[in-house]
Design a protein around this ligand. Structure first.
Ligand SMILES: *Cc1c(COP(=O)(O)O)cnc(C)c1O
Length: 247
């Protein structure tokens, strides 16, 4: 039996997800794009496995995390929670969206369906070598782009984006999907996402098919969808505030 607290949390998630689906649909209409061209990734960092399991029961299939240690543990917990339910067979896709340290590549490649934060060429071989081709499809890769060149916030800048993409495309264990960015502080999201769309166009000219754009978070995903985002990464608008807030 679920406790009152569990029922309440489930209701919160039902309401937040419903509201988000309306916002997403409205943004797609405004952009003149079919809703199926946008994947919503639920970014569940700092929130417990039971929330992920509830979201899966509500139809979410894409889950994002930004820290390897937290993601690896949570994935096991979610699998256990879902074992007893009809959703157990459904495929959940885990997206790694955070800063990626070299020493975490092996672990992340073990459970991630996609890595959105590849911003250094050195990560490419580490990830590719860690993919077990016998068991898995290629690991999907988004090259993280810095839109302002500030190294503190992650992302590759300028021509580095293209050399990383070339290196990814050479490895059969990886599948180059496209670009990812976080709108820099102090820049209008519209301007940031327009810039990212230009990078995406240039990249997919060199790598046909690598046309996905991972952009847009709780407060700015409408602008991102207006500029062609195919993967929005939604945390707080779905799951509520995180503590500590800076994560
Ligand atoms: C936390 C996080 C998100 C989600 O942020 P919200 O503002 O809570 O929607 C998206 N992308 C990345 C890379 C994140 O770390």
């Amino acid at each position: 039996m679920a406790t009152i607290e569990q029922e309440h949390r489930r209701s919160e998630l039902v309401i937040a997800l419903g509201a988000l689906r309306v916002r997403l649909a409205d943004a797609c209409v405004a952009a003149g794009r079919p809703a199926r061209t946008v994947t919503m990734i639920a970014v569940t960092k700092t929130h417990p496995a039971v929330d992920v399991a509830t979201l899966v029961q509500l139809g979410i299939r894409d889950v994002g995390e930004n820290r390897d240690q937290e993601a690896a543990v949570k994935r096991g917990e979610v699998q256990q929670l879902l074992t007893a339910t009809a959703e157990a067979e459904q495929e959940l896709r885990w997206h790694f969206v955070g800063r990626l340290q070299s020493r975490k590549c092996r672990s992340v490649a073990g459970y991630a369906h996609a890595v959105h934060s590849v911003d250094r060429i050195g990560l490419v071989a580490l990830l590719a070598n860690a993919v077990d081709l016998a068991l898995r499809r290629p690991l999907e890769i988004f090259v993280q782009v810095s839109l302002d060149g500030d190294p503190a916030r992650g992302g590759a800048f300028g021509s580095a984006v293209f050399s990383i993409a070339d290196a990814v495309a050479e490895r059969p264990e990886l599948r180059l999907r496209g670009v990812m960015a976080v709108a820099p502080l102090g820049v209008e999201p519209q301007d940031a996402f327009a810039r990212l769309a230009e990078v995406s166009t240039a990249l997919s000219a060199q790598h046909p098919g690598a046309d996905a754009i991972s952009a847009g978070m709780s407060t700015d995903f409408e602008a991102a969808i207006g500029h062609g985002s195919t993967h929005v990464r939604i945390g707080s608008a779905l799951l509520g505030r995180r503590t500590p807030e800076f994560r």
